[in-house]
Design a protein around this ligand. Structure first.
Ligand code: PSU
Ligand code: MN
Length: 311
């Protein structure tokens, strides 16, 4: 790989060479998804959870004209600092942001790209982007969906963020032939809530079973991504009835304030956090760290599989 394009930190590069487990982490949740000081704390806690489970964390970012995998503490601190005004990079933004030499966080789509370039097959986040409410008029559908369709990386998340149209998101993932596999559950989680009431076609129990499903999926020529979904930690889950009112109000506020494009998701997340008196924030942090831990356990199981070249 062209080192002038993709910079991989020494620790991650060594792990990849030796076939040891690596988990990619995104950075949009640091720069746009969570407020100071929770953003940096959560990024560090997710990295720590990956390490505690026996894998190496590799947070993605864009800086100084290069894609980074295994961003340094200094870069994480700058991404977490609003005065640095980091850009939000989805896949389509990478080329222009590299050319401009700008500091940028990476969303799910951009992180999948970077992970895949490096040969990292496992990635953890909070929730993926998807079909926004009202998308039949606004056409606001996250490029996370198309990246999942195209790029062979397994993404561990708590489903799509429940500020979205979840039934439409599930339909579109099916159309784009992205498997959604419940991790110990038979129903799609709704990010902050345990269940969206949508049954899943596939379920695995435990890291070994997940590793087998991922391994077989990637063995099929032309395979794209795969979603592994698990609910937030039980004690942090918020009832979907309780969530519904906050999401409704936050979505209405977004359109009243004429928020569009990449600003919609951060705006709505911040608004539900405010309306819930910080409860959704605690849940968001807890599920990000929990998903990082699970992804690491799966990466460890994948590295142990017979015939695995790398994680
Ligand atoms: N998960 C979180 N918080 C976030 C995100 C995920 O807990 O902020 C980010 C992801 O990076 C995801 C992005 O790709 O939100 C979706 O943005 P959009 O809807 O603009 O595509
Ligand atoms: Mn969008």
């Amino acid at each position: 790989m062209d080192a002038a394009l993709l910079w991989i930190c020494d620790e991650v590069a060594a792990a990849l060479r030796d076939g040891r487990p690596v988990v990619a982490l995104e950075s949009s949740l640091i720069a746009q998804g969570l407020p100071v000081p929770h953003n940096l704390e959560t990024a560090l806690a997710a990295e720590e959870a990956v390490r505690a489970a026996g894998a190496i964390p590799a947070t993605a970012a864009v800086e100084g004209g290069r894609l980074l995998l295994g961003a340094s503490r200094d870069v994480l601190e700058r991404l977490a600092d609003p005065t640095q005004r980091p850009a939000k990079a989805a896949s389509r933004d990478l080329g222009p942001l590299l050319a401009a030499g700008r500091l940028a966080s990476t969303t799910v789509s951009a992180t999948m790209r970077i992970a895949s370039m490096a040969g990292v097959r496992l990635f953890a986040t909070g929730g993926i982007g998807g079909v926004h409410r009202g998308a039949s008029v606004s056409f606001d559908v996250s490029s996370d969906i198309d990246e999942l369709a195209a790029t062979p990386v397994a993404v561990v998340s708590s489903g799509a963020k429940s500020i979205l149209d979840l039934p439409a998101t599930v339909e579109l993932l099916e159309t784009r032939r992205v498997p959604i596999v419940g991790y110990g559950v038979g129903e799609l989680p709704a990010f902050y809530s345990t269940s969206a009431g949508i049954s899943l076609a596939h379920r695995v129990d435990g890291a070994e079973a997940a590793a087998r499903a991922i391994g077989r999926h990637f063995a099929i020529p032309g395979a794209g991504g795969l979603l592994i979904v698990q609910p937030p930690p039980f004690e942090l889950a918020i009832g979907s009835d309780e969530m519904a009112g906050w999401i409704e109000a936050a979505t209405l506020a977004a359109s009243a304030d004429r928020i569009s494009g990449g600003a919609v998701t951060p705006y709505v997340l911040a608004r539900v956090a405010e309306l819930s008196g910080g409860r959704t924030l605690r849940t968001n942090i807890g599920l990000i760290v929990n998903n990082a831990r699970t992804a690491a356990q799966i990466a460890v199981a994948m590295a142990a599989q017979p015939g695995s070249a790398s994680a």
